[in-house]
Write a protein that binds this ligand. Structure first.
Ligand code: BDP
Length: 687
């Protein structure tokens, strides 16, 4: 006879197997193992730390864990000292981070080493490109969790608060401690009293999780909101306007973090409108924020329509200003010199600005990487970026070390990621896009973590079945490791290179379709559109060859890199092939290291990327026995779409470039299934 408890167990197991919708992210675990938490203080943050331990404890039953706020000079910022049964930190958020680390070790079967863990960056910030009407620029996972259309945008419901709490909890679990609540293309209305009151409500929910809020501002707010005749940063009335506004903000949100500014970029107003420099603009805001401990994150994403090389512009504009910025200004620089492409060399500003705080800006939302459809694990890209050698202070001057305070004694160290979350049930649109949110936070805390480790941690927490965990036969866990963890991790680790291959290999960049940046569009060049918004500007393909000449004889952007990189990139024989067409314009029959012609090599890369996605589909199908049915089916559907889109990329790019190369596609490559006219005219209903 089947006992009732077994039936209940069976039902519960099936629920956990079949009702996973991704909403719990990597925090799915619920435990019934008792733990005794000892802490001699109480506070909202410590109460969260305690309740997380009680919810998820998977250590020795009945064990005691002691949480202590201490004064320890070996612990820096919100760092912590951790052992199996104790967490010490100088700050309460530090205790919370230690708790999440302890639980992560338990959930990923790692022994909790006795150690001190200090954050790599003090400011670990998500940038939300959310608009006051609830839409999200480059958002692919539903509307904003903060704002809504119409008057509703200012309303705060209990549901909102619950969602913000879950959001804050997820961020705290990976060490994120800041959130910019609105789009860099900022609406001035964000600084009105009503919006500030709403921001206050958000700040209140985020605060116990150690998260501060920031706002993107429109530089012309003094004229647009305040009715002043100018927004000139050196005008005393303008200076006064900002000081009054900042005072008002701090009277509403006492721990407000500061401003993020996109100025004189893509049509946004800025100090240059008044003949002033970026430093004039940033310093004026920094002075207003300083008495409150606020910071200015001033973006270096600038480029003018008439430039002969967009890639060189940020460096040209910002380098002469090095040393002119106030201490509480951080220059926020995108990882690459153009714009979040599938692959770019690092921006030459990293390490070059030696007297200014510089922070990396990464894009978690996958504007240029297949958006909510493609499975691409971005940790591999960020690892490549952070470990890039700048040589600015001899070897070992990686981007990571140039920005985290290891090399330059900057007071503020920071990193930002453009968020990929929205109102979708699974937060990110694609279940695997959660891994990118996760990886960003973890890397912001520890920029030495490898993509391999991050992938493994995330998979274990996101997909391991509590049911199989409880039954804990070592046999079933070995089976899970061999047949799920290892192949899925491998798939994640290869996914970024696959996307580079089927989208834009060998240093090609920005050959996307029109404004939406999803599918291929190397041909896209509507009459009258500024050249640097069209792909031919970047690929420069003609019958002689392909690629952007940035050598000393070309745009000379190579000279922005420190030796020996400058010479290495400049010389076609030493330039890494992954950046070949980024730095060089080469004939179609240029001989590659493989012995193939450039044209053939390009064909094989497109084919390899496309075939990889086919492999991913097979890996996913084989993983079915280890998955809940919903997440299995949802990811399967997306992989099928990705496959179709990869085919379109391969066919579209090869057929288009073939018009210039006038060469045959190698015979052992699957011939294109589309024709070029069909792709160009958008006649491909299957994607
Ligand atoms: C580009 C996006 C655009 C952003 C801009 C930025 O296409 O939507 O506003 O970056 O970062 O990648 O400011």
């Amino acid at each position: 006879m089947i006992k009732l408890t077994s039936v209940i167990l069976l039902i519960c197991t099936s629920i956990s197997l079949f009702a996973e919708n991704g909403s719990k992210l990597w925090l799915r675990y619920e435990s019934t193992t008792a733990v005794n938490v000892v802490c001699d203080r109480t506070s909202p943050t410590l109460a969260i730390a305690r309740s997380e331990l009680e919810k998820a404890w998977d250590g020795e039953a009945g064990a005691t864990v002691v949480l202590t706020v201490v004064k320890d000079s070996a612990i820096i910022g919100d760092g912590f000292r951790i052992s199996k049964n104790s967490i010490q930190a100088n700050t309460e958020p530090g205790i919370l981070y230690g708790v999440f680390e302890l639980l992560r070790c338990q959930q990923t079967d790692q022994v909790t080493q006795e150690k001190i863990s200090n954050p790599a960056y003090n400011y670990r910030i998500l940038n939300h490109w959310d608009n006051p009407d609830g839409s999200i620029e480059r958002g692919y996972a539903g509307g904003s969790i903060f704002w809504r259309r119409g008057q509703d945008s200012l309303v705060v419901t209990e549901n909102d608060k619950l969602r913000w709490k879950e959001y804050a909890r997820a961020n705290a679990s990976i060490g994120i401690n800041g959130a910019v609540l609105n789009n860099v293309n900022a609406s001035p209305s964000m600084l009105t009293k009503d919006y500030l009151e709403k921001a206050k409500a958000i700040a209140e929910v985020l605060r116990p999780y150690g998260i501060k809020i920031y706002l993107s501002i429109k530089f012309s707010s003094p004229s647009m909101l305040g009715g002043l005749s100018s927004s000139d940063p050196l005008d005393p009335e303008v200076i006064q306007w900002w000081q009054t506004k900042v005072n008002e903000i701090y009277s509403i949100i006492p721990d407000f973090g500061g401003f993020l500014v996109k100025a004189n970029s893509e049509g946004q107003p800025g100090p240059q409108n008044y003949g002033r420099t970026h430093a004039d603009g940033a310093n004026m805001l920094a002075d207003a924020l300083k008495p409150f401990g606020g910071i200015v994150m001033w973006r270096a994403f600038v480029y003018a329509p008439d430039s002969d090389d967009r890639a060189g512009q940020a460096y040209n504009e910002f380098m002469p200003l090095d040393g002119q910025f106030r201490e509480n200004v951080i220059i926020q620089v995108k990882n690459g010199p153009v714009d979040f492409q599938p692959r770019e060399p690092f921006s030459p500003l990293f390490g070059a600005m030696k007297k200014t705080s510089v922070m990396p800006e990464l894009q978690i939302t996958m504007e240029y990487l297949g958006q909510e459809v493609h499975l691409v694990f971005l940790a591999s890209m960020w690892e490549e970026f952070l470990n890039s050698e700048t040589y600015q202070e001899g070897s070992g001057s990686t981007v990571a070390r140039c920005t985290d305070g290891s090399i330059f004694p900057q007071k503020y160290t920071a990193i930002a990621g453009v968020s990929n979350i929205g109102l979708d049930t699974n937060w990110c649109g694609h279940h695997f896009a959660q891994a990118n949110w996760y990886a960003f936070g973890r890397l912001a805390w520890n920029n030495k973590l490898t993509s391999d480790q991050l992938g493994e941690e995330w998979i274990k927490q996101t997909f391991y079945m509590p049911a199989s965990n409880n039954s804990a036969s070592s046999e079933s866990s070995t089976e899970w490791t061999e047949n799920f963890l290892i192949p899925i991790k491998e798939m994640m680790l290869q996914s970024r290179e696959a996307a580079v291959n089927y989208m834009m290999p060998l240093g090609l960049h920005h050959i996307f379709a029109g404004y939406d940046h999803y599918g291929p569009g190397p041909w896209y060049a509507p009459k009258g559109l500024r050249a640097d918004w069209t792909p031919p500007y970047y690929h420069q393909a003609d019958t002689n060859g392909i690629g952007f000449d940035r050598t000393l004889k070309g745009s000379n952007a190579v000279s922005q890199y420190h030796e020996p990189l400058r010479s290495q990139f400049n010389d076609v024989n030493t330039c890494p092939e992954i950046y070949l067409l980024w730095f060089h314009h080469l004939p179609w029959d240029y001989k590659m290291k493989s012995g193939r012609t450039l044209w053939d090599e390009l064909c094989y890369h497109y084919e390899a990327g496309f075939q990889k996605v086919h492999e991913f589909r097979k890996i996913w199908d084989a993983a079915k026995p280890f998955l809940d049915s919903d997440r299995f089916a949802e990811v399967q559907k997306k992989l099928n779409e990705q496959y179709l889109n990869a085919q379109l990329w391969k066919d579209g790019c090869l057929l288009y470039f073939q018009q210039f190369s006038r060469r045959a596609i190698p015979k052992d490559i699957e011939p294109p299934v589309h024709n070029l006219e069909g792709i160009v005219s958008g006649d491909h209903p299957e994607i």
